[in-house]
Design a binder for this molecule. Structure first.
Ligand SMILES: [Zn+2]
Length: 105
């Protein structure tokens, strides 16, 4: 029976699974590093969450204008000082994103 044998041969040829490796390793050079941006975004998000928690726990920080001295020293006459304008002499300032602790009073 030849007619029954020919379609079987055709079927084996056409239905042969193409041995292309579908699960290739993640190509780093493919796509221009889209995964890197995602990783950076994720890192930034984690940093933001950590920063928000940190700001809530410690809303104040050392004043960077006077380095925590509360005084602003004159440039010419170094013995002359005045209260730091940034922190008002309190030696501490509110961190960005933090609320004033006595806002609800
Ligand atoms: Zn200051």
């Amino acid at each position: 029976m030849l007619p029954s044998l020919i379609p079987a041969a055709v079927r084996t040829v056409t239905a042969a699974p193409s041995p292309t490796p579908s699960h290739s390793p993640p190509a780093a050079g493919h796509g221009g590093g889209g995964g890197l941006w995602l990783l950076l975004l994720l890192a930034g998000f984690i940093w933001l969450i950590a920063h928000l928690i940190s700001v809530r726990l410690h809303p104040l920080r050392t004043c960077r204008a006077c380095n925590g001295t509360g005084l602003h020293r004159g440039h010419l006459f170094t013995g002359a000082v005045r209260a730091c304008r940034r922190c008002g002499g309190t030696r501490r300032e509110l961190r960005p994103g933090a609320r004033a602790p006595d806002r609800h009073h």
